[in-house]
Design a protein around this ligand. Structure first.
Ligand code: FEO
Length: 403
């Protein structure tokens, strides 16, 4: 790969990560992910913004591109760390060895983390909100944006060029052939729609109130480009990704999309047998439904759809007096990600005794779910159960449309 030129003196140096591993050790990346770092060259100094983890050849790829830019041992004066998570810092010791005289600039809260993670204390300096560093004709301004998505996170703005280096914020899953939004192929345009929402729901959703606050703070910065550390550089429509993130963040409060996520799991088909009646009830009101079977589909994709949906239907049988374990895991993920307040139905079968509903009620409370009803039955559902499910789903759809 070659470095991508954003404008004179500003480059993206990136690595395309494959599909083999899980992101953060949990989230599948069937379309891979980008790790982007950036170079800003002034007339006097050069800054490298964010790093990579040595993952799937990323360090070698980045090293080669830095060589293309002729950034040898004395070529970097500042190493700017917007965020400490290891996908952006894992190779910090390697970079410090390569550029031993570079000063590391980061937020105050990042300083102890650099020591804890990498045992580095030398040449580390914390910067304050609004502080600037002059590279010679290019000024970098630091904007503290805590909890998007770790407490130490900040963003860096190249003031003259109006380029925002936002690290995780405004990022997406997926690998993209070219650097910029206006270079996406038709296929990639479709890909980035889902992979931005899934990334937001998986990585950022818990911190939505901070995203709303951070975006309000960015209003004072005119932007010609948004350059995140995952995904593409938004050059044609920089405001589009900011507005998109704001919409995703506001799903935390509602209103959300007038859609329903129906997530179900079944041991022998008796819980599954109610799914067609529920879908028919929703479709009778022309409400879009995302039907997802657990554990065949990873919870990453459930979270993506549940985050945007006003309605939620959860189906699982009782297993050892409690919920079927794969669905417990899904609900745990939804709860941690702050999927709250959805209009909800629960359904499921049991054998000798129930128990799933009792355990589900704990999630109802913690997730503040607005429960429309429950259809639970011993063994296989009767025609009466199916009709009840149809009517209940219809009521849910009507409530979703009114939200
Ligand atoms: Fe891309 Fe929070 O790391």
């Amino acid at each position: 790969m070659k470095p991508d030129k954003l404008t004179n003196g500003v480059y993206r140096v990136s690595a395309k990560i494959g599909t083999r591993d899980l992101f953060e050790g949990i989230w599948p990346i069937p379309n891979g992910v980008m790790l982007n770092t950036y170079i800003v060259q002034g007339t006097e100094k050069t800054a490298l913004i964010d790093l990579v983890k040595d993952w799937d050849g990323a360090l070698k790829a980045v090293d080669e591109q830095l060589s293309d830019l002729k950034l040898n041992d004395s070529g970097v004066d500042y190493l700017i760390i917007n965020h400490m998570e290891p996908d952006h810092t894992g190779a910090m010791n390697a970079f410090v060895s390569k550029y031993p005289n570079a000063e590391i600039l980061c937020s105050e809260k990042a300083v102890p983390l650099i020591k804890s993670f990498y045992k580095i204390e030398k040449n580390v300096r914390s910067v304050k909100d609004g502080e600037t560093v002059d590279l010679g004709g290019k000024t970098l301004k630091f904007i503290m944006t805590p909890n998007i998505h770790w407490p130490e996170t900040m963003m860096t703005c190249a003031e003259e060029d109006q380029i925002l280096f936002s690290c995780d914020a405004f990022g997406s899953f997926g690998r993209y052939e070219k650097c910029f939004d206006d270079e996406l192929t038709e296929e990639e345009k479709v890909l980035i729609l889902g992979e931005t929402e899934r990334y937001y729901a998986n990585i950022v959703s818990s911190f939505s109130s901070f995203v709303i606050r951070g975006i309000a703070k960015l209003a004072e910065c005119p932007l010609t480009m948004v350059a995140p550390s995952h995904g593409v550089v938004w050059r044609k429509e920089p405001q589009k990704i900011v507005d998109w993130y704001l919409r995703l963040a506001k799903y935390s409060q509602g209103p959300r999309e007038k859609e329903v996520t129906l997530v179900w799991s079944s041991m022998y088909g008796n819980t599954a047998a109610l799914v067609p009646s529920l879908v028919a009830g929703l479709e009778s009101e022309n409400v879009l439904v995302h039907v997802i079977e657990i554990p065949k589909v990873h919870e990453s994709f459930v979270l993506e759809k549940a985050w945007r949906s006003e309605g939620l239907i959860v189906g699982m049988p009782t297993y050892e007096y409690k919920m079927f374990p794969p669905m417990y895991h899904v609900l745990d993920i939804l709860e941690r990600s702050h999927v709250t307040g959805r209009k909800t139905i629960r359904f499921g079968s049991f054998g000798w005794s129930g128990g799933a509903q009792k355990q589900f009620s704990e999630f109802v409370e913690s997730m503040k779910l607005d429960v429309i009803g429950c259809v639970e039955y011993q063994g296989a559902p009767s025609e009466e159960d199916k009709q009840k499910a149809y009517e209940m789903a219809k009521s849910l759809a009507q409530a979703v449309l009114l939200a």
